[in-house]
Design a protein around this ligand. Sequence first.
Ligand code: TYD
Ligand code: MG
Length: 478
Amino acid sequence: KGKTKTVWVCSDCGYDDGQWWGICKQCNGVNTMKRFSEGVERPMSGFEVSENVTRSWLPHQSVRAMPTKLTDVNKGINQSNWRIPLSGLFGAEVGRVLGGGLVPGCLVLVGGDPGVGKSTLLLQIAAIVAEGCDMGGPAPVLYVSGEESVEQIGNRADRMRIGTDEIFLYASTDIEDILEKAQTLSLRALVIDSIQTVYLRGVTGSAGGLSQVKECTEALLRFAKKTNIPVFLIGHVTKSGEIAGPRVLEHIVDVVLYMEGEKYSSHRLLRSVKNRFGSTDELGVFEMSQSGLQAVSNPSEMFLSEQQSDSEFLAGLAVTVIMDGSRAFLIEIQALCVAGSSVSRQVNGVQAGRAEMIISVLIKQAGLKLQENGVFLNVVSGVSLSETAGDLAVAAAICSSFLEFPLPMGIAFIGEIGLGGEIRTIPRMDKRINTVAKLGYKKCIIPKSAETSLSSLDLGDTEIVACRNLKEMINIVF
Ligand code: TYD
Ligand code: MG
């Protein structure tokens, strides 16, 4: 049989491409790409054509694929640059974390603790994608929930004043059923809330179990790649901080985003941990309000507002950045120095030996008269400091309490302290500083020796202060 050349042409604007796209890359028309082959006009919709591969997302059904010439793949298209833009302030913030918009056919996993706001976030993303102000008008987005009823989601949308015509809600946990329904809608995007509630018939184990989670994710990946429809998965995070089910999940998907928030703060961070289409340095900052999440375009205001309300309580408080896997976290360290007869040292979240060493170095090398003081140390919100990167913040917190000098908000400390009072560099300096800058901190105190490695970072308005030793740090900050 001779070679047949197939080309896909947009029935609206005439754009042609070597493969089918759910959305025309030129005019953003939905489901307008029609197939032509051998010069014979055979317009069909994308889904009709995929009849023979209709159920190919199911496991163990191999699809016949042929190797493609690299030059054919790249001919005339720059696929990696083509993205579905997300409009508005909120859309821009989400789009930035995604690496500059939504890539067609990508599988995005959004993880986070229960109650942090994942469903809220995805409903809002669904709304802006469906409205599609920058994409040639509205198109359907399907929001599937295995956690809540359609009415519950409707109520939430109502409170958030989302009223677009193009969001479809569906309560189901059967992947086959979901993907069959999805096919009939010519979707622009699909949301699955959550991966732990869906199951695939014929796969052993209950929903949320290792093999179900893995097989379902793979089925959704095949669906996304086949149809070029972007798919969002919500995943719950276990107590140990991993997305429930296998870590495998993170390997299957294209993009992994984590949503984080403090218990008593309305701020939410959206962090990219893995991104096949962009950098993982991006950090989105949002605020949870009565009507959903709002982008915080100037994160430094977060700190200003806190400073004004409790400025008098801040002596003895310093901020540092710790790493957990590939993620950087800001944590607060509190110190309390009490002059008097009891010279006890109580530490929480800091290794006792490490704390003792920092106190001794402060006495001997920085001339702080801590001998007559009881020193209490505490890492806020129960985190334990397992790295030496927090040394400098511990020292700064102690100085701040001892001198009764509140540190200004918006200043972070990163560095290890040596016995000579010198400040030493620590691993992943760039990643930590990047997080500080993205969050709009005004100042970051770092070791002098780390200064040279930062030239490539975009630091915005964050001022980097490099110090050789503790004395220098105290002179600059206090
Ligand atoms: P939700 O999106 O249900 O979290 P998840 O899906 O991650 O479990 O959001 C949970 C919290 O968000 C809930 O405690 C209420 C709060 N919330 C608001 O403050 N404002 C809102 O507009 C919405 C929809 C929720
Ligand atoms: Mg939810």
